[in-house]
Design a protein around this ligand. Structure first.
Ligand code: IPD
Ligand code: CA
Ligand code: CA
Ligand code: CA
Length: 271
């Protein structure tokens, strides 16, 4: 059995480092955004873009965390991939909401999670243009700017405000549009905010009743799903599965059980 005081101290350290790394990266992104910011490269499709600032942010975060914890592993959207030997791995989205950032829309975030032996134990999502940083430590609740947050009590599905997002590949988007077409008449409304990490924090803070998306990567969902769960929401994927690339759903528990079978039935794609 691990010594609980040692685990607590480790989680405290990881949280402090994640908060500081996210604060530094957020400041760089907010204050250092070039007025003429353009697309540095495209990835899976012509609309899947990366800017020089995504790369600079990931470099800053991995440099800072690596300096303090040289034996940890890293997984970052822009290429960081280190195995590590300590049992801790950092999962980093240096800019979640790159398209918003490119257009100077405010909804973008830095997302940093720490996994211990494969389980997410710390999550930080900093959204500098909102002036908000959400965080959670496994078993200790969820916070926004240091204040505890809680998911919203579930309304009937017909009164629920949902968030979602769309992948960068055209065939997946076609399937996602079909899901929206079916779901939209059954709910209050559907938002597409442009940052999965912020959407998950919005569930945690009671600003969305639910959020779902297919096609997310670990760096999109690691920190945000912990924050949503620690705020009392339920998170998961396809029935019996954790949140994953196939499906990520976060909602108050009562809505979760209604939405999960519905989403599972609707618009699946085959990779
Ligand atoms: C994207 C955002 C978006 C979601 C996409 C993600 P990125 O991440 O989270 O809201 O719909 O699926 O890929 O590329 O801006 O880091
Ligand atoms: Ca992302
Ligand atoms: Ca990103
Ligand atoms: Ca991206």
């Amino acid at each position: 059995m691990p010594d609980p005081t040692q685990t607590d101290a480790l989680y405290d350290d990881l949280l402090e480092l994640a908060l500081e790394a996210a604060r530094r990266a957020g400041t760089l992104l907010r204050d250092g955004r070039p007025a003429d910011l353009g697309v540095a490269a495209t990835k899976s499709s012509p609309i899947d873009v990366v800017t020089e600032m995504d790369l600079a942010s990931e470099k800053l975060i991995t440099g800072f965390l690596g300096e303090h914890r040289p034996n940890d592993g890293f997984l970052g959207e822009e290429g960081a991939s280190i195995e590590g030997t300590s049992g801790i791995r950092w999962v980093i989205d240096p800019v979640d909401g790159t398209v918003n950032y490119l257009y100077d829309l405010p909804s973008w975030a830095v997302s940093i999670a720490a996994e211990k032996d494969g389980e997410v134990v710390v999550g930080v999502v900093a959204a500098p243009m909102r002036g908000e940083t959400c965080h959670a430590v496994l078993g200790r609740g969820a916070y926004n700017n240091g204040e505890p947050v809680r998911h919203r009590p579930a309304p009937p599905l017909s009164q629920a405000l949902l968030g979602t997002g769309f992948a960068y590949l055209a065939d997946r988007r076609a399937a996602q549009a079909e899901v929206v077409r079916t779901l939209l008449p059954q709910v209050r409304d559907i938002r597409r905010g442009g940052s999965a990490a912020i959407d998950l924090c919005d569930v945690a803070c009671g600003r969305l009743d639910a959020y779902y998306e297919r096609g997310l990567n670990p760096w999109d969902l690691a920190a945000g799903t912990l924050i949503a769960r620690e705020a009392g929401a339920r998170t998961g994927g396809r029935p019996g599965q954790p949140a994953s690339h196939e499906l990520t759903l976060a909602a108050s528990p009562e809505l979760f059980v209604q939405l999960q079978p519905l989403l599972d039935e609707l618009g699946a794609w085959h990779d």
